[in-house]
Design a protein around this ligand. Structure first.
Ligand code: MN
Length: 316
């Protein structure tokens, strides 16, 4: 079977359950309970699911929003640290199968930088996953400078994961089925990434490695549009927006198992920029594995997307 590394695979740590519960409030209780069981398992159930999909290694990240939804900064810092210690102990039991992304209290950017470094140094974590805005603050805000500076020095991958917007857009009123993963999260998260580009973040920290799921949250499709409008509006950047997206952005499949957006992402960003992810347990892990095995791709490129690109990005 094709070797795979999966980059968006979620778990829950004991101190983070209260932040997660509201995210499943609208779901059928049996579905919510099934997700809860899988998120809390690091043993047989998860490993068997990985085996079914041919996933050799999974980079584990907390299921959001985690402490980013916490109003009390001191609790956020403490609980993030506890979650990282918890994950490190689980990884230690299966270091051959599991890797980790650090969970950070972005309320305190300097602490987030220190915790990112501690997790890389002491636990060998691969970077961090950040669940969108933190109490309404986006990552282009100047107060996050200490975090970005450290992420660049460490060469840490920063995976920007969707979250609910601060205020739901009126255009989605009356259409709950269009909210969240259907459409809302893609716009929210793609917009967040574009704020980073248009704020000049990548001019200040040119070696940053940003990762987006869901085949790039529609950005690869729109590169030419960003360039033509940045020019029209006289945006002061050293390069056209598309160039930052080609040089600083990586994307994963995570639940978007369809050939057209895969070809678009590979074509727009390059063959070394697209990676595999299943988004366990929210998406069908077996179907993700089968998609990766069977989608029409040149075999070298298939291996790159499934394994080699992640191996290189994460420095495994
Ligand atoms: Mn996810």
């Amino acid at each position: 079977m094709l070797r795979k590394i999966a980059l968006e695979e979620h778990f829950l740590a004991p101190g983070l359950i209260e932040y997660w519960m509201p995210t499943v409030a609208g779901l059928d209780p049996s579905i919510a309970s099934r997700l809860y069981t899988r998120l809390n398992d690091f043993g047989e159930m998860r490993l068997r699911a990985m085996d079914t999909a041919g996933i050799e290694r999974a980079v584990l990240s907390i299921s959001g929003p985690g402490v980013q939804a916490e109003r009390d900064e001191v609790s956020a810092v403490r609980r993030a640290r506890e979650a990282n210690d918890f994950l490190a102990r689980e990884i230690e039991k299966r270091p051959d199968r599991y890797l980790g992304f650090a969970h950070l209290a972005m309320q305190d950017p300097r602490n987030a930088a220190d915790e990112l470094e501690r997790c890389a140094r002491d636990y060998g974590f691969c970077g961090t996953m950040i669940n969108g805005h933190t109490n309404g603050l986006y990552l282009d805000d100047p107060r996050f400078a200490p975090f970005w500076e450290r992420a660049e020095v460490l060469g840490a991958a920063v995976y920007l994961h969707p979250c609910d917007p601060v205020v739901p857009a009126p255009v989605l009123d009356g259409f709950p089925a269009l909210r969240r993963a259907t459409w809302e999260w893609g716009f929210e998260t793609g917009s967040h990434a574009l704020r980073l580009v248009f704020s000049g973040l990548f001019d200040r920290y040119p070696k940053l490695k940003l990762v987006l799921g869901h085949m790039g949250e529609t950005l690869p499709y729109l590169l030419a549009r960003f360039d033509s409008r940045a020019k029209l509006y006289g945006i002061k950047l050293a390069k056209p927006p598309s160039q930052y997206l080609r040089e600083n952005l990586y994307v994963t499949i995570s639940g978007l198992c369809a050939p057209e957006p895969l070809y678009c992402a590979v074509g727009a960003l390059g063959p070394d920029r697209v990676m595999f992810a299943a988004d366990y347990p929210f998406e069908n892990i077996e179907a993700a594995g089968q998609f990766m095995e069977s989608v029409r791709l040149e075999e070298g490129l298939r291996a790159a997307v499934a394994f080699d690109n992640a191996e290189k990005l994460l420095g495994l």
